[in-house]
Design a protein around this ligand. Structure first.
Ligand code: ATP
Ligand code: MG
Length: 723
């Protein structure tokens, strides 16, 4: 038997070797579903059933795609290139670029980010004289997205759903929005799947092309596909029916984004005779972690039901830890400290993950990691490329390579300020409409006709001349230097350099990082596509950094040590699930908790805070019900939850801070009461970067410190330690 097959158990091997015909692998976390899929990929190639580019493999995130590419390369012992392996969106975009003209676009169509989508929709609504204060673009957008997730083009939306928005025009606004996107040569995220599905459905030639191309289809995280993705797969798999989907109903966590767990049932129905394979041995987690996770998920009612047993020889292990803290500051200190001590004992940082329920939770950890010098990376996309300076720089790039990109041009026309305010912009828009040309072309005409006066005229002339220079320098300088040059030459870098705000240096760093990121791509176009699609920060894979991400982003991943902070009612399960009452949202929250715990190989460390600041207010929190639901024999507790369990008659933890005495030794430094926001004027402090200094003045949480070496600086009090 081939070497790679011996690394599988019997059920896994069966799933790999059942090459022809539909296969559905339904199995719990860590049972090797992804390993099955990767091995199957290699098996198809090694048994010469198909060439690499004849396999379509769908992963849920770019990170997962990268991992799968690496795993396949390792199995094949050579780099895996030219593969159709990626997220639904990336694969659909690739198809659409090839057949762009069949969906009324050109091959360089842009993919709008959420901001641009909203701005476009708002313009459409305003043109229809809709009161966008009463009916917000956001709420209409979510209706449209729901339709797109269900595979519905404007004409397909059933009439009775037209009122979803409270006014009758939702459907026609949707149609107008689609028209507008077409005119912009753009698509939004939902269109990638919707339009490619529709193309496959109505164009037999395209469908036949992909039927010939894709002999085998592999799908990971199948439980989180939505309807349009399902239809897309079904169309592609129709001919050969060689489709293998793997998933776990207990890890379905995207119903809020339209995922349909019913797709599992649909599969059995649409592919009669599908082979259903169950995997039951978990190879990832220690026995206590597995038992804790299984005990928790058993509280859900709507389950297909599965057995899971530890498959690892060394499965015995430490119990799951549950810690109570005074507030999130103390929690983040403790977590950072624990990570630091793990590092000192030889643990790799990249084997630690902090998984949060909501984005706002990352801030405390980020600040703490920065303060004590623990390198970390955020996975999940909503950071780097969403920052204003990055979006500005990318808009410049977009205009550079796609002069007709009106949204990008509008974004940067007066950034930095060059006298092109609202009036100038209106003139531009009028001209563009009258001449039926893009804004950039209208700007050129206005410049030629000298329509604008004074500062505006100069500003516009400078900008247009700039783009001409940058474009003509591009072939000579190469795209990476061009971007650096453009940012300086346009005055954009200077704009941030002149800003004395505390965040300005960071923004300049970000811009440098963007230039570095661009170097990974051969062309600006390739990079822009990537930016539209990224869901994770791109880091060199060998960088040793702690992972910080939401639970949603952690799906499919695994780490030696997993921190699960913020297990409090209202945070996790989140308030929305609690407000809704019913069990549906609550069960989804519980599945998310299950996903969280099952990411851990050796250590799962749950924590909760007694107090939490929600915007400006402090709120008393009670430990999450999920903590209560963990089987007692699988966990150890310190802090307020322990207090509650030992004194069940007590009401929730409202009192001062008796919990602090209960901490075990290795947490003791963290157990110090949270410092008051003010550090006294005159006291001595230590700062990671600037060293020792004396506080000269204090205002709210800002301190003016005279550092012994670095001189006078203003810093946030969180970043210094009293000495
Ligand atoms: P999830 O539901 O979280 O996506 P999964 O079912 O996809 O999990 P994998 O990530 O494929 O599980 O596997 C979990 C871990 O177990 C991985 O480290 C994998 O290498 C290992 N593993 C899988 N199968 C075996 C096996 N037969 N023998 C040893 N280790 C295995
Ligand atoms: Mg997996």
């Amino acid at each position: 038997m081939s070497d790679y097959l011996t690394r599988l158990n019997t059920a896994q091997r069966e799933a790999v070797e059942a090459i022809d015909g539909p296969v559905l692998v339904l199995a719990g976390a860590g049972t090797g579903k992804t390993r099955v899929l990767t091995t199957r990929f290699a098996h198809i190639l090694l048994s010469r059933r198909a060439f690499p580019n004849q396999i379509l493999a769908v992963t849920f995130t770019n990170k997962a795609a990268r991992e799968m590419r690496e795993r396949v390369a390792a199995l094949l012992d050579q780099p895996a290139e030219g593969l159709w392996l990626g997220t639904f969106h990336a694969l659909a975009a690739r198809m659409l670029r090839r057949y762009a003209e069949r969906v009324d676009r050109t091959a360089n169509f842009s993919i709008l980010d959420p901001d641009d989508q909203l701005r476009t929709l708002k313009q459409v609504m305003e043109a229809q004289r809709i009161d966008v204060k009463r009916f917000t673009p956001q709420s209409l957008m979510s209706v449209i997205q729901r339709w797109k997730d269900r595979g519905l083009l404007p004409d397909d939306v059933p009439a009775e759903q037209d009122q979803e928005f409270g006014i009758h025009a939702a459907r026609s606004l949707y149609a107008l929005y689609q028209d507008r996107l077409r005119a912009l040569n753009a698509m939004d995220f939902g269109d990638l799947l919707l339009l490619s599905m529709d193309l496959l459905k109505r164009d037999p030639e395209v469908l036949a092309h992909y039927h010939r191309r894709f002999r085998y289809i592999l799908v990971d995280e199948y439980q989180d596909t939505n309807l349009v993705q399902y239809y897309w797969l079904r169309l592609l798999a129709q001919a050969e029916k060689n489709i293998c989907c793997v998933g776990d109903d207990d890890q379905s966590i995207y119903s809020w984004r339209g995922a349909e767990i019913e797709n599992i049932l649909r599969f059995e129905h649409d592919f009669p005779g599908a082979k259903i394979i169950r995997l039951e041995a978990n190879y990832r987690s220690s026995a206590p972690i597995l038992a804790a996770a299984s005990g928790l998920i058993a509280h859900n009612e709507g389950r297909l039901g599965k057995t899971l047993y530890p498959g690892r020889a060394d499965a015995a292990g430490e119990p799951v830890e549950v810690h109570g803290f005074w507030d999130s500051d103390e929690e983040s200190r403790a977590v950072a400290q624990r990570i630091e001590s793990l590092r000192q004992s030889g643990h790799r940082l990249a084997e630690c993950a902090v998984l949060v329920r909501a984005g706002f939770q990352t801030r405390a950890f980020e600040e703490r990691f920065i303060a004590i010098g623990v390198p970390y990376r955020i996975i999940g996309g909503l950071r780097f490329y969403e920052r204003a300076e990055i979006r500005d720089a990318i808009a410049y790039l977009r205009v550079l390579v796609r002069p007709a990109d009106d949204l990008a041009f509008e974004r940067i026309i007066n950034v930095p300020k060059r006298g092109l305010g609202d009036t100038a912009l209106r003139t531009l828009h009028e001209r563009a409409r009258a001449d039926q040309v893009p804004l950039f072309a209208a700007a050129q005409r206005i410049d030629a006709d000298a329509t604008l006066r004074g500062k505006a005229r100069e500003g516009l002339r400078g900008l247009l001349a700039g783009f001409e220079r940058w474009r003509s320098a591009l072939p000579r300088e190469g795209h990476v230097n061009s971007l650096a040059h453009l940012l300086d030459d346009s005055g954009y870098t200077a704009m941030w350099q002149e800003q004395k705000t505390p965040d300005a240096p960071g923004r300049l760093e970000n811009l440098k990082e963007l230039v570095r990121a661009l170097a990974d791509f051969d062309t600006i176009e390739g990079f822009l596509d990537h930016v539209s699609l990224v869901m994770d920060n791109d880091d060199a894979p060998d960088d040793d950094k702690v992972f910080l991400m939401t639970l949603h982003a952690a799906k499919g991943l695994e780490f030696d040590t997993v921190f699960l902070p913020g297990w409090e009612e209202g945070v996790f399960p989140n308030q929305r699930a609690l407000d809704e009452g019913g069990t549906k949202s609550l069960e989804e929250e519980r599945r998310l908790a299950y996903v969280g715990i099952t990411r851990a190989r050796h250590r799962a460390i749950i924590s909760h805070c007694a107090n939490r600041r929600i915007f400006a207010n402090w709120q008393t929190s009670i430990p999450s019900r999920f903590i209560e639901e963990l089987p007692a024999e699988t966990i150890t507790m310190t802090g307020s939850a322990a207090l509650e369990r030992s004194r069940p008659a007590q009401p929730v933890f409202h009192t001062a801070r008796p919990v602090l005495a209960l901490r075990p030794d290795d947490w003791s430094t963290a157990a110090r009461p949270a410092r008051a926001t003010r550090i006294a004027v005159g006291s001595r402090v230590f700062h990671q970067k600037f060293g020792y200094g004396t506080v000269r003045d204090a205002e709210e949480d800002r301190l003016d410190i005279e550092f012994d070496q670095a001189g006078e600086k203003r810093v946030l009090d969180r970043f210094v330690e009293p000495v």
